[in-house]
Write a protein that binds this ligand. Structure first.
Ligand SMILES: C[S@@+](CC[C@H](N)C(=O)[O-])C[C@H]1O[C@@H](n2cnc3c(N)ncnc32)[C@H](O)[C@@H]1O
Length: 231
């Protein structure tokens, strides 16, 4: 993406009241795949500064439709004022350290109909700041995407070859409900096709997407896994 186009997305986001241009990435994914529906329970891993929280909450529809968005980030994060309501709650925590109790408390605070640590949608926009060494950046992003997949479908369903998976304190089968969806960011490179291959047996459809708000020259992609199969 040219600097000009990036600036355009940043300006557009600011004018629309979104906290970051990343909002447009989730908006495009949502537009194409309709992953979040009114009343969905969503888990947003790597949620700071909160643009995806804003988009996800809007997709829940009016408050009486219920649902919730639970955001998690290692950094301090607060619920954005615009586009979010009580259904959005945030946890300052490493996604790899999440516990059932964390998710129950957050869902209770969000007023969710069910406090079970279960979600219709797991989103991950988690990333580290890049080191500038392509192979290392790809490996680190893959590690985070595997972590998100592990949180979603658990150790039993997804044994990453680098030993990654859900925290041992989450449900063994993961937090994603049957028919639920997983979206995870990663930099394409060594290992990314393996991740897709490992996810395929667990979902009805797994594909890649590079939203327009992502730099086209960048290797940043989103793996979109739709419709978790019943186990
Ligand atoms: C690109 S930002 C996310 C932007 C966000 N989706 C938005 O739209 O505002 C990536 C985030 O991932 C977070 N992150 C990286 N590793 C993490 C981890 N292990 N657990 C939780 N968050 C993590 C970073 O702190 C950073 O805030």
């Amino acid at each position: 993406m040219s600097r000009n186009l990036r600036d355009q997305f940043t300006k557009k986001a600011k004018a629309a009241g979104f906290l970051a241009r990343s909002a447009y990435k989730l908006l495009e994914i949502q537009q194409r795949h309709k992953i979040i529906t009114p009343g969905s329970h969503c888990l947003d891993l790597g949620c700071s500064p909160g643009a995806w929280l804003q988009v996800a909450c809007q997709a829940l529809g009016p408050a009486h439709k219920n649902g919730c968005v639970i955001g998690v980030d290692v950094q301090e994060v607060s619920v954005p004022r615009q586009y979010c309501d009580r259904r959005v709650q945030v946890l300052q925590k490493d996604a790899m350290q999440l516990t059932i109790a964390d998710l129950r408390h957050a869902k209770a605070a969000a007023g969710a109909e069910s406090e079970a640590p279960k979600f219709n949608v797991v989103l991950s926009d988690m990333c580290h700041s890049t080191l500038g060494v392509a192979a290392a950046d790809v490996a680190r992003s893959l590690h985070l995407a595997r972590c998100a997949a592990g949180v979603a479908i658990g150790h039993a369903g997804f044994e990453g070859d680098d030993g990654m998976g859900a925290s041992a304190t989450l449900p063994e089968e993961g937090v994603l409900l049957p028919d639920g969806h997983l979206v995870a960011k990663l930099l394409q490179g060594a290992g990314s096709e393996d991740l897709v291959r490992e996810l395929r047996p667990h979902f009805k459809k797994v594909s890649w997407m590079q939203p327009k708000a992502t730099r086209s020259a960048s290797r940043e992609m989103f793996v979109v896994a739709l419709g978790r199969k019943q186990t």
